[in-house]
Design a protein around this ligand. Structure first.
Ligand code: ADP
Ligand code: ADP
Ligand code: MG
Length: 668
């Protein structure tokens, strides 16, 4: 047995904060490492010590083994927790950590290697008699061979990068004729993301449900499972909402799956926390013989809190104890499920625009109090940058039943206030209340099938627009112009001239309004952007950001924030964002139809056109990668390419012009 007295966390964001919390409870000191971009990050503030390890790019900091080991040496840490992502599943890192005389809080390099590549892992699991997804995971990589295998397996098939993760390098192929194109696209993404373009081909399981088992092993040969999590609510093969236990899970299936996962872990002498992911054919409900091994994640997972809430355990504490050489705290028969837990991942992304990741400074961030767990790695004023994962926080609810947990989660999402970037909170709240999801009728296609209703943009009603105009007019001060709007609470105060013109942009449209003060507390707001043409509004009370106002005899309460060029109104679970025109900026405006412009910072993967080339509206021109996504930018109209301003591998900023079209000839 070894003693762990100081842990260096080789990670950032919410997982670094999460690990620090448990270490503190256990009386263990913590060391944060950080990049230039994270100098004032929450995990740095929370840790006992912190060491700068390099520039913003992860490859120069959070992935820099030498810098991390050097930080551990300088702070005399005796163990390293890798969190998830970054170096967490890198066996070479584990070896380097151990060679430096430190404890790696995670499995052995050997176990990580055994499960690191999906093809080898599947072969190993077949040998251990764990059911695996039917398919081809052999050596050959030629198109003819793989296409032939796909035919044998039968369409639809799924092409997967063997080194894949995070849903990358994966393509579902419905028809034989689409196979070659899908293969090269999967390969390109795999090469770019993992430096390895080898793939496997699998049967695409019908009505798929993603059900995974949390396993835990220790160095004394004990292995237990901590039941299942259902992560079927996905978009682009990435988890959106996770829960435990799985809805409608039959007890016999839970037993069989748990045993299969333990068998998988035993096959590699697994020590520490791990997850065995299975794909389940749910076309006839859940049955004990319709699940197959997909992969094993040899680390703590993003969604581990739902398991913690139904078991009452702290998985990070277990990880630390096991790493120190202790026995697992509990045996299988001492583990049981209490109630139901659901987790939602809040991301800076635009659900309505294909979940386009977003960046921005979190001008305001407030989570609901009460009976809800919030795992966040950021606070008000922090920046979501293009360098790292755009996750803002996780909200986790526990209830006696699934319905109770879902209802709590939806309510908490509705009370979450985030200004400064677009987020998926409204989408998540709608998903919680979706009829199929609420009834437990879920599979991995659920979100795609209901995407329109889940992402429908609700136009702001007249009374909200009128209120935003009032806020933007500057005629009511609400702590508006201060850097911290919540703190700058002043008395409700009226100043300036009684009539003003105000321009506001909501979505892509700019509208002009006129606002006039007609009484001590009364305003008349007019403009074409209002459905009724005009609104009479009475302010009842303004206490900082808490505004109470009435229109047409109805008094409402909402929260109003003004920061720089933005006005944000939080009302009934929705976030209504408005911009004053100087701050308005959209790809369309920037591009003006003659240019292809990047809407966000990213890296150019491929340029598909050259100067002089004729293109038709919608033709793909540039493929770029921004954050965790590959995006194709298309021609805005028919025309001829006049200039290509970027080349492959180039890093571009938000708003950069990538390709220009020749100016359009005037119609004769
Ligand atoms: P999991 O399989 O644990 O649910 P996902 O597959 O959704 O996680 O995400 C996979 C990877 O995304 C993580 O292993 C990590 O590489 C990356 N990731 C997600 N969030 C973060 C974060 N906050 N910081 C660093 N990496 C992250
Ligand atoms: P990653 O390493 O990116 O997490 P996985 O192999 O775990 O890759 O698969 C990610 C997701 O893709 C799964 O959660 C599931 O939704 C879907 N998926 C994977 N394999 C299959 C399959 N054979 N049939 C249907 N869906 C699948
Ligand atoms: Mg997976």
């Amino acid at each position: 047995m070894s003693t762990i007295t100081k842990i260096l966390i080789a990670n950032r964001g919410e997982i670094a904060c999460r690990i620090i919390r448990t270490a503190r409870i256990m009386g263990i000191a913590t060391v944060a490492v950080y990049s230039d971009a994270d100098a004032s990050a929450l995990h740095v503030e929370m840790a006992d010590e912190a060491v700068l390890i390099g520039p913003a790019q992860a490859s120069e900091s959070y992935l820099k083994v030498d810098a991390i080991l050097d930080a551990a040496r300088r702070t005399e840490a005796d163990a390293i927790h890798p969190g998830y992502g970054f170096l967490s599943e890198n066996p070479d890192f584990v070896e380097r950590v151990e060679k430096a005389g430190l404890i790696f809080i995670g499995p052995s390099a050997k176990a990580i290697r055994a499960m690191g590549l999906k093809d080898a892992a599947k072969a190993l699991m077949e040998k251990a008699k764990v059911p695996v997804v039917p398919g081809y995971h052999g050596e050959a990589q030629e198109l003819v061979v793989l296409a032939g295998k796909a035919n044998e397996i039968g369409f639809p098939v799924l092409i997967k990068a063997r080194a894949g993760g995070g849903g990358k390098g994966m393509r579902k192929v419905e028809r034989q004729e689409d196979f070659p194109a899908a293969l090269s696209s999967a390969r390109r993404e795999a090469k770019a993301s993992f430096g390895d373009d080898r793939v496997l081909v699998e049967k695409y399981v019908a009505t798929p449900r993603h059900i995974e088992i949390q396993v835990f092993g220790d160095s004394h040969g004990n292995v237990v499972h901590l039941f299942e999590r259902d992560c079927s609510a996905q978009r682009r093969h990435q988890k959106v909402i996770e829960e435990a236990p799985a809805p409608e899970m039959p007890e016999d299936m839970r037993t069989v799956m748990g045993a299969a996962a333990v068998k998988a872990a035993r096959a590699i002498n697994y020590c520490g926390a791990g997850t065995v992911e299975f794909i389940v054919d749910a076309s006839d409900g859940l049955c004990a013989d319709k699940f197959w091994f997909m992969e094993m994640n040899t680390r703590l997972q993003v969604e581990h809190p739902v398991t913690e809430l139904i078991t009452g355990l702290d998985l990070v504490e277990w990880q630390i104890r096991v790493a120190a050489g202790e026995q697992l705290p509990l045996k299988q028969n001492a583990l049981s499920i209490d109630g139901h837990a659901v987790e939602a991942r809040i991301y800076a992304e635009d659900a309505g625009k294909g979940f386009l990741p977003a960046v921005g400074r979190l001008a305001h961030l407030a989570f609901p109090g009460g009976d809800i767990r919030v795992d966040a790695g950021v606070r008000t004023g922090d920046e979501i940058t293009p360098f790292y994962d755009p996750m803002i926080a996780k909200l986790i609810a526990h209830g006696r039943t699934r319905a109770e947990a879902l209802s709590k989660l939806a309510g908490a999402l509705g009370r979450t206030e985030i200004a400064g970037t677009v987020t998926n909170t409204a989408f998540l709240a709608r998903l919680c209340r979706d009829a199929d999801f609420a009834a437990g009728r879920l599979d991995t296609g659920l979100i795609d099938r209901n995407i329109d209703s889940l992402t429908a943009v609700e136009a702001a009603p007249d009374h909200i627009i009128a209120l935003a105009v009032l806020a933007a007019s500057g005629m009511v001060r609400n702590g508006a112009e201060g850097s911290d709007p919540v703190a700058a609470i002043g008395p409700f105060e009226i100043w300036g001239s009684p009539r003003r013109q105000v321009a506001l942009t909501s979505g892509d449209a700019e509208q002009g309004f006129e606002i006039e003060r007609v009484g001590a507390q009364d305003w008349r707001i007019g403009g074409d952007g209002l459905e009724a043409g005009g609104v009479d509004l009475t302010m009842v009370r303004a206490d900082g950001c808490d505004w109470q106002f009435s229109t047409a005899g109805v008094t409402r309460r909402c929260r109003v924030l003004c920061a720089q060029d933005a006005v944000t109104v939080f009302h009934e679970g929705l976030t209504h964002g408005f911009l004053r025109p100087s701050g308005a900026r959209g790809a369309e405006q920037l591009g003006g139809g003659d240019q292809v412009v990047s809407a966000m910072p990213g890296i150019i993967k491929q340029v598909l056109v050259e100067p002089g080339q004729a293109v038709a509206s919608g033709d793909p021109m540039v493929i770029m990668e921004a954050m965790k996504m590959e995006m194709t930018l298309n021609a805005p109209r028919d025309g001829v390419v006049s200039e290509v301003l970027v080349s492959e591998g180039a890093q571009v900023t938000d708003g950069a012009i990538l390709v220009a079209l020749e100016a359009q000839a005037k119609a004769a």
